[in-house]
Design a protein around this ligand. Structure first.
Ligand code: 4AD
Ligand code: MG
Length: 432
């Protein structure tokens, strides 16, 4: 499809001569004889200058134009150091496409009001920078897994029962029956590896967690993978390689956006260059005791504050492995070498990001699975199909889940996970 219009970025690359662009008013100011419109499209912004003497017939309309009005502009572009993006278009023709009401967003709005007006706020340069990076991240995740010969596999999002933690499931009405929104694809993925061996997905997951924090959403995009024949080391290997692949892609493709967000890129570089340490839960407890004077009773899952304190000692993600079996989800098997710990890991992020990835080997021992489920108060009959999977040629396997928004939050250096997605869902926010 060829169009006479080019993007603002392309126009600036051209740098001189006639151009035609279209977009929305980012800023405007005027005088008796001149109107300056900074025009925005998805690629960049550019200043357009209108001289009254050239627009006698339409001056009234041009003069009235407000922020976010849309238009097509034809004119001559040249470099101008004083203009906001270093170039200026001297306008020769304009077509106003959509007028704009007074735009209800300004720099004085607090986070709550910006949240209410999210449908408009996503036009901001900050949000578009993040959304561009998000697009790179999601693209890179697909590219990574496909390059490693994984099949993309989809699981149902409406499910009859649990996997991670019963109380944090959203219940839905389903023709008079109860169903739930999926927290993970995992149990279905475990069925599918017997057909496809190496699979991945990037799909929504739902958590009814009553956590109003900077890293919890109730609906988030979960990047999950599951591999047949794999052991814990191999699974962590994929997690590390995937994380590096995504960071590298963003650094290649989104320098400008990272700069706009004032992200200190130096903080990401160690994660590209260094191997991520693999440290056991026991070693973490020891390090916290020795170096941070924090005493944790063996057997408890790590709390956010403890993870953060531990990660102050690292500038790359760290794999914390072999958590206490009792504190873990039912499907994480005991380590044959030490039955009190499970063959599992969390990948914690630096810069106080907390858990980015959770993964494990999967238990294929039916008696053990039933014992763990009972201990957690689950109804065994809900898991009949899951037990069935392990009756016909079970093989060792495992996988992980990445909180995609948590990765985006870290890469972009955002204060809150809510900005890592266009329309966040949290305990407090359901609109727009
Ligand atoms: O650690 P989780 O609960 O693990 C699972 O769901 C496994 N079944 C995944 C698997 O092995 N296939 O969740 C995985 C990741 C976490 O590490 C975290 O990054 C993210 O999902 N996550 C959330 N992200 C945003 N908001 C929430 N409420 C999240 N809960 C988990
Ligand atoms: Mg977890």
């Amino acid at each position: 499809m060829k169009s006479e219009f080019i993007s603002i970025k392309e126009a600036m690359k051209k740098g001189k001569g006639k151009v035609a662009v279209r977009g929305w008013i980012h800023r405007e100011r005027g005088s008796n004889a001149l109107k300056f419109i900074v025009l925005r499209d998805s690629s960049d912004i550019i200043q357009c200058v209108f001289e009254k003497k050239d627009f006698q017939d339409s001056w009234n309309e041009i003069d009235k134009l407000q922020i976010e009005a849309s238009m097509k502009v034809w004119g001559t572009i040249k470099e101008d150091k004083r203009a906001p993006s270093g170039y200026e278009i001297h306008a020769e023709k304009i077509e106003i496409v959509g007028e704009s009401d007074s735009f209800p967003i300004n720099k004085d709005l607090n986070e709550e009001l910006l949240g209410d007006r999210r449908h408009l706020w996503i036009r901001s340069r900050k949000m578009s920078a993040i959304l561009k990076i998000r697009s790179t991240v999601i693209g890179a995740l697909h590219e990574y897994f496909r390059s490693k010969k994984f099949y993309e596999f989809q699981s149902p999002l409406m499910i009859p029962g649990g996997a991670e933690d019963g109380p944090s499931m959203f219940e839905i009405k389903y023709f008079g029956k109860k169903m739930y929104l999926a927290q993970t694809w995992q149990l279905y993925a475990e069925a599918a590896i017997y057909a496809l061996e190496k699979i991945y997905t990037v799909a929504p997951s739902f958590r009814a967690e009553k956590s109003n924090t900077s890293r919890h959403l109730t609906e988030y995009w979960h990047t999950e993978m599951e591999v047949a024949w794999a052991d814990l080391d191999e699974i962590m290997g994929y997690a590390e390689e995937m994380t590096k692949f995504v960071i590298k892609k963003v650094l290649e493709e989104n320098r400008e956006e990272l700069e706009f967000l004032e992200r200190d890129i130096k903080k990401l570089l160690p994660s590209l260059k260094k191997k991520f340490p693999r440290i056991t839960y026991d070693e973490v407890l020891k390090a916290l005791k020795d170096k941070k004077k924090i005493d944790i009773k063996w057997g408890k899952d790590l709390r956010t504050i403890e993870e953060e304190k531990f990660m102050e000692m690292h500038d790359t993600p760290v794999f914390v492995t072999h958590y206490p079996k009792e504190a873990m989800a039912f499907y994480k098997p005991a380590d044959p070498k030490n039955k009190k710990v499970a063959l599992c890991f969390d990948m914690l992020g630096p810069e106080a990001q907390g858990e980015l990835i959770g993964g494990s080997v999967r238990d294929t021992d039916l008696d053990e699975l039933k014992k763990s489920l009972k201990a957690k108060g689950e109804k065994l009959e809900d898991y009949d199909y899951y037990f069935d999977i392990h009756k016909y040629g079970a093989v060792p396997h495992g996988g992980y889940g990445l909180g995609t928004e948590r990765l985006i939050k870290w890469i972009c250096g955002l204060d809150t996970i809510k900005d890592a997605i266009a329309f966040p869902r949290t305990m407090a926010r359901t609109k727009p």
